[in-house]
Design a protein around this ligand. Structure first.
Ligand SMILES: CC(C)(COP(=O)(O)OP(=O)(O)OC[C@H]1O[C@@H](n2cnc3c(N)ncnc32)[C@H](O)[C@@H]1OP(=O)(O)O)[C@@H](O)C(=O)NCCC(=O)NCCS
Length: 155
């Protein structure tokens, strides 16, 4: 039994169709990559509050094949924010035959860059978190790196 569970936000769900197959009848790796790029664009675009482009894909691993009729679920997590760039950890999971066993099929780290209307890099907005006396757990602190987040705590 597969004990690993998806982590991050479920950002995209779609079904693998016959048109996405290669000559062997399996789903093209390029199709899966494209779905992950879409999910990365959604996650990065939300974090950057605007237009983003993909500049690099690292550590891409195709773990298991995807088959026609599988539901592909792509989970995303922003793991680093630079000045204009963001690293997004993406993992694609297949729900076999739409409702069956869930298996991780692909993972990768995408680097996306926030760009302006002319396609030039622009700074990713800083995050402001305001809270009335709340404490912040280690997971949130890790996501809100000091250079990118201002935490205003109202007491
Ligand atoms: C993304 C793009 C605007 C960046 O322009 P650029 O002149 O290279 O910009 P910079 O050198 O200032 O780099 C911008 C950021 O990307 C990062 N970066 C550059 N090359 C990188 C690489 N190979 N891997 C990871 N990050 C990289 C830089 O470190 C910088 O990050 P920071 O601002 O957080 O410090 C430009 O390369 C571009 O338009 N590329 C095509 C994007 C595209 O069309 N994608 C879809 C492919 S089909």
């Amino acid at each position: 039994m597969n004990e690993e569970q998806p982590s991050g936000d479920l950002t995209l769900r779609t079904m693998a169709m016959p048109a996405d197959t290669n000559a062997n009848g399996d789903i093209f790796g390029g199709w899966v990559l494209s779905q992950m790029d879409l999910a990365g664009g959604i996650a990065a675009g939300q974090r950057a509050e605007g237009r983003v482009v993909t500049i690099a894909v690292d550590k891409m691993k195709f773990i298991r094949p995807v088959h026609v009729g599988d539901v592909l679920c792509v989970y995303s997590e922003v793991i680093r924010v630079g000045t204009s760039s963001m690293e997004i950890r993406l993992a694609a999971w297949a729900l076999r035959h739409r409702y069956g066993q869930r298996e991780k099929v692909t993972e990768a780290i995408f680097t996306m860059v926030a760009v302006d209307e002319d396609g030039r890099p622009r700074p990713v907005p800083k995050i402001f978190v305001e809270s009335a006396g709340a404490t912040f757990g280690p997971k949130l602190k890790q996501r809100l790196q000091p250079q990118n987040a201002f935490i205003r705590v109202q007491r």
